[in-house]
Design a protein around this ligand. Structure first.
Ligand SMILES: Cc1cc2nc3c(=O)[nH]c(=O)nc-3n(C[C@H](O)[C@H](O)[C@H](O)COP(=O)(O)O)c2cc1C
Length: 368
């Protein structure tokens, strides 16, 4: 599967030619499921001014060429719905991913951000407005409305983004949630927002279509959200009709961990993030919560991916950066694993030519 990948390139939250070309390349390359980036359920829920949205019918309409093409390629179009919460209103990663300031004007003007408590991500970040219970109920309804629009737009899998320090995760984590009402305090209180969204989205999303939920299985700091908490949450999610728990990690206290430009934290080196470093989360959630799980994070080699599935450590594997590097990764993986010796999995427009390419490569090898 293709993991959600923000492009920070939309105008007014609308999918355009870039998003079509980005997502259709993965369908052409043999991915089974192609996820949109985190798509905001309301305007202030965008991470950056360039993030996609689905808070209007016009935005839903703009996804239709994308879902049509992905479906025509035999892949499943999937949407991740999200709210950036206190991590909203930032610059794209190639400009540092830092909060927008008063120097940013026009369509880059920062907007007030929201969260469970008036606790900023870190120095230099906006202090969020702590949502009151009426505002929370409105947001739950926004997630449900987004689910209905996603279905209307042709998506066949939906994922609720509950990871990476964004709004839902910030309610779960004691690092960001300092409330003492029904939406904070103990684990049940901190899970309430996530579970109410799940109930509302499950009711709005067709019963026969899969609903995923992405978690940050661990926060990192010892006082944060733990893998034990994730197992408890996953059980609750499964009881409410979540089909797959997508197991990512981190992000509560700063920029998402996948940002290459991050430095200074020992958790952000490749030594601490070896291939498949998050697979143990998916494995434990699957084993102990009785729900299907998805593994993601530095899954790069076809044999590695296949072994995760064959060993029953996860039900699905998702790729991010590796499939950006090689959008034909699934077809190349099929070849490497010996599943597609005749290039029959390739789109017919390419397959016959790729066969010829292989013959010519063989001829060249014979000649040398
Ligand atoms: C450019 C980029 C954008 C991302 N955008 C999202 C996103 O919108 N939603 C999300 O849940 N994760 C997002 N992620 C995280 C990826 O989905 C994935 O979990 C992470 O990159 C680890 O997988 P990888 O090692 O295969 O890249 C993004 C990662 C990258 C590199």
């Amino acid at each position: 599967m293709v993991s959600p990948l923000c492009m920070y390139s939309a105008v007014g939250g609308m999918a355009d030619d870039w998003h079509f070309s980005h997502l259709s390349a993965f369908a052409r390359g043999g991915a089974s499921v192609v996820f949109t980036e985190a798509t905001a359920v309301e305007e202030r829920g965008r991470i950056s001014p360039g993030c996609l949205g689905i808070w209007t019918d016009a935005q839903a309409e703009a996804f239709k060429p994308i879902t049509r093409f992905i479906s025509a390629m035999g892949a499943v179009p999937a949407m991740q719905i999200a709210h950036a919460g206190r991590k909203a209103a930032v610059r794209p990663p190639w400009e540092g991913g830092t909060p927008l300031t008063d120097d940013d004007v026009g369509d880059r003007t920062p907007w007030p951000v929201v969260g469970p408590s008036a606790t900023p991500v870190a120095d230099g970040w906006q202090t969020p407005h702590a949502l009151d219970q009426n505002e929370i109920h409105t947001l739950v309804a926004s997630f449900a409305a987004a689910a209905r629009r996603a279905h209307e737009a042709g998506f066949r899998i939906l994922e609720i983004h509950g990871a990476h320090g964004y709004l839902i995760h910030s309610f779960l984590s004691p690092i960001a949630n300092r409330r003492n009402d029904a939406y904070g305090g103990d684990l049940a209180g901190r899970m309430r927002f996530a579970l109410e969204i799940t109930d509302a989205v499950r009711a709005a999303w067709p019963e026969d279509l899969p609903l995923f939920f992405r978690i940050s299985a661990v926060d990192g700091p010892p006082e944060g959200w733990s893998l034990d908490d994730s197992v408890i949450l996953a059980r609750e999610l499964a009881a409410r009709g979540i089909d797959v728990v997508d197991c990512s990690g981190g992000g509560i206290a700063g920029a998402p961990h996948f940002r290459a430009s991050d430095s200074g934290s020992p958790l952000k080196t490749s030594r601490d993030r070896p291939p498949g470093f998050q697979v143990p989360y998916a494995e434990r959630v699957r084993r102990e919560a009785g729900v299907k799980s998805m593994a993601v994070g530095v899954i790069i080699d076809p044999h590695q991916a296949e072994t995760i599935l064959r060993d029953g450590r996860a039900d699905l594997v998702a790729l991010g950066r590796e499939i950006m590097y090689d959008p034909f990764w699934p077809l190349h993986a099929a070849e490497a694993l010996g599943c597609d010796p005749g290039f029959k999995m390739w789109p017919r427009q390419y397959g016959w030519a790729v066969v010829r390419r292989a013959e010519l490569a063989g001829d060249r090898a014979d000649e040398s």
